[in-house]
Design a protein. Structure first.
Length: 86
């Protein structure tokens, strides 16, 4: 059995595109590749899980009171400080 190129996708590439993946903004091919990678990679999955949970929480907050841009900027700055590529 061969590892397809999609499964062999690099962790760095996956993490770099994770936010776009969660927003559904990638091509079908990239979406599938990342989905396949996450299904197998123990290193990337916690990152994916964290970002998805974060976005869910953010969406829930936004529904109740629209987040001012200031808050959004602060959150993004914090994530960047934590080493996330956002
Ligand atoms: Zn990975």
């Amino acid at each position: 059995m061969y590892l397809t190129e999609t499964v062999a996708m690099d962790c760095y590439d996956v993490v770099r595109q994770l936010w776009d993946f969660l927003d559904g903004e990638l091509t079908d091919e990239s979406m599938d590749a990342i989905r396949a990678h996450l299904a197998q990679c123990r290193q990337c999955y916690p990152q994916f899980d964290f970002e998805r949970t974060f976005l869910d929480a953010l969406a829930a907050t936004r529904r109740e009171h629209p987040a001012p841009n200031m808050v959004r900027r602060k959150v993004l700055a914090k994530l960047r400080t934590a080493g996330l590529d956002v």
